[in-house]
Design a protein around this ligand. Sequence first.
Ligand code: AMP
Ligand code: GLY
Length: 428
Amino acid sequence: MKVLIIGGGGREHTIAWKIARSPKVHQIYCAPGNAGIAEIAECVDIGVMDFDRQAAFAREKGIDLIVVGPDDPLVAGAVDVLEEAGFKVFGPSKAASLLEGSKSFSKDLMKKYGIPTASYEVFDSPEAALSYLETAKMPIVLKVDGLALGKGVLICSTREEAVNGVKTLMVHKQFGSAGNRIVAEEFMTGREVSVLSFVDGKTIKIMTSAQDHKRAKDGDQGLNTGGMGTFSPSPFYTEEVDEFCRRNIYQATVDAMKAEGREFKGIIFFGLMLTEEGPKVLEYNARFGDPETQVVLPRMKNDIVEVFEACIDGSLDQIDLQFEDNAAVCVVLASSGYPEHYEKGYPIDGLEAFKNRNGYFAFHAGTSLDDCGNVVTSGGRVLGVTAVGADLKEARDKAYEAVRWVSFENKYMRQDIGREIVKRAGEE
Ligand code: AMP
Ligand code: GLY
């Protein structure tokens, strides 16, 4: 088979690596890809939103399967366009991607179908939001309705902060038109867990759990980012939690989407908060998480292409999804200054240390090749250095060993990915 992957970040590098392990696949293409993906796939300079050129390229190469990675093309209808052009495509339709594309849609869906989530109100004007804030309980969480790279969420401790937040999102439009509508949500406390799943429209198969570290700095300080590191599995995702979610959240979401005429095929990513009242949905994403994918896929036993095909064909019930009984940790090496201002274009040294080393991965996020063919930094998140180990401690030790192999100017990372979990396990 020939597979075309749309995207060019750490998530897509991990997907490409996993696809490359499938005996069914003999050629992988990626649009646009990055320097790491280029080692296993032929990268082509076509943007993720350029669906017509993607279709033309797929036609020229005789592509058998297209996998769409990022949220932007999914929400904009990449799958519909590429399917219309005659291709087999893995990912949700535009109608189904609204699960991620609109927070108010997903909140209304959960309310209508009794899926546990924080209580909320939706506002289409700053005046209405401000008047609500006069009596609302603090802290409060404000979220832009549309996509905002995971950054359109403000947690406001005081009324004053909330008032300023509404102005930032709805008047000054920090996240553009994504903030034309906002959701104001009850503030919840608890552990966060990410759960990815495969869905074929009616059946859902849950992958192993993971946990992200979203803040830029150690101790969960600093700005929200796309994710600075992950580990899998999450020890807080107990059997009891799993059972609750299976009973109240997972299948209920798939059934709700079907009942709404938005049959979901692809990945549903459940952002969960384990509150005192039980697990609640923080958010849905309609795609693999980044950098959750980097710790989940290296632990997956199945041939991912078979699972993708089962999702497309509606035969996921036939798949026995299995994960290794081990653990993985991913530490993101970023450009200092991310998620705000950072420099790029610096050469990256030491990547060859990962070659032929079992259980160690350098998944590329923001890298490219310069004119001389050297790998250089080209984004805020540069690499997802990942290691697999027998348990979280071993995986963590190996990941923090491997980050030392790589060097580039302005290299920045958090030192505490998975630290608390490993410490806790040691004390038990
Ligand atoms: P989201 O993009 O909706 O997952 O929000 C980003 C982050 O904001 C989450 O990972 C949480 O840490 C935090 N967050 C979102 N909603 C809430 C909430 N209702 N209560 C507390 N924290 C929240
Ligand atoms: N790591 C969170 C996300 O992919 O949205």
